[in-house]
Write a protein that binds this ligand. Structure first.
Ligand SMILES: [Zn+2]
Length: 324
């Protein structure tokens, strides 16, 4: 027994009983690399279709199923070896399932590793409500609207811009990785967009854990996004010519366009800030009109972001998420 009163197995590498998840009335033992959990089949079955199905086969001879789980006995109780799962991650999942105050989807201070563990394991074991909460929590911090995301971009330059206990930038790639693995389609376009905002040097540095398909989609989408931005910029001289009125000087022009540059975040191309940097020779009214044309084009690009990364539009994604 250790100083916390936990029973510890004699072999140093053997998993130990988890202090908060070893219920005397439990009727099944879950085994991981580091911890053992004595929990209740009924509690898990209520929340997880995977555990429900697994326990439905109880009583049959020990079998190894497709997920590599072995049913065996531990001190007379059925035991399930959660092969490949990390003990501390399973502890996050089970504590979220058992303790009402363990996880709060409105708390932006939930540690990133808890978010990652809960999303990947709630998907793997089909804990529907936990997965739904996590997706909503991430969604709230990665909103699917241009104005909301502009605000995030504007805050991103603040050095202490933290989310889930880490600098916001550290969340982007980790969340893209886990949402890609967990097929959280509703979150993927906006996470791809958030990651596409980095330059290629950072994408290869921060994205080294992304799988090949995911990285490929990210780079392809970033390329399409930047292509759309460059089309917006080169269209502006012609746009100004087409809107300029009789009171504008003859031959309206835009200069300093080359100073704007091609970036992958759309907050850079907000109409009023663009006109602040550009030099035009048109009247105030036409300048205002050009500003709204820029904003309209910026919104068109935003609408195409899901498509750039291989998804249907924002509306369809939103509908799908409400159905799930
Ligand atoms: Zn004019």
């Amino acid at each position: 027994m250790d100083s916390n009163g936990e029973l510890v197995n004699s072999a140093p590498s053997a998993p130990i009983r988890h202090e908060n998840l070893w219920f005397p009335g439990g009727d099944v033992v879950l085994k991981t690399d580091t911890h053992l959990f004595k929990v209740h089949k009924d509690v898990l079955s209520l929340q997880s279709s995977v555990f429900k199905d697994m326990f439905a086969f109880e009583g049959e001879q020990a079998v190894e199923d497709g997920a590599g789980m072995v049913h065996e006995l531990y001190e007379g109780l059925p035991a399930v070896d959660l092969v490949g799962d990390v003990g501390k991650d399973i502890a996050h999942l089970l504590q979220a399932a058992y303790y009402r105050d363990y996880y709060d989807r409105y708390d932006d201070g939930t540690p990133l590793e808890t978010i990652v563990a809960l999303l990947s394991l709630s998907t793997k074991y089909d804990f529907k409500l936990i997965r739904k909460d996590i997706v909503k929590q991430i969604s709230r911090n990665y909103p699917n609207s241009l104005t909301s995301f502009d605000r995030i971009d504007q805050q991103s330059c603040v050095p202490d811009f933290y989310l889930f206990g880490v600098h916001r930038g550290d969340c982007d790639f980790r969340l893209l990785e886990v949402c890609h693995t967990a097929d959280a389609d509703i979150l993927l376009p906006i996470l791809y967009y958030a990651c596409a905002e980095y330059d290629s040097k950072w994408i290869f540095k921060l994205g080294d854990r992304l799988n090949k398909d995911c990285l490929h989609t990210l780079i392809k989408g970033k390329f399409e996004l930047e292509h759309a931005v460059s089309k917006l910029l080169v269209s502006l001289p012609e746009e100004l010519r087409s809107i300029s009125c009789a009171s504008c000087k003859p031959g309206p022009y835009i200069s300093h366009l080359q100073n704007i540059g091609i970036e992958s975040f759309l907050s850079r191309y907000e109409g009023s800030s663009m006109l602040f940097e550009l030099s035009t020779n048109c009247c105030k009214r036409c300048s205002k009109e050009l500003e709204s044309q820029i904003d309209a084009k910026r919104k068109e690009i935003w609408q195409k972001i899901p498509e750039f990364f291989g998804f249907p539009g924002w509306e369809e994604l939103r509908e799908r998420s409400e159905e799930s």
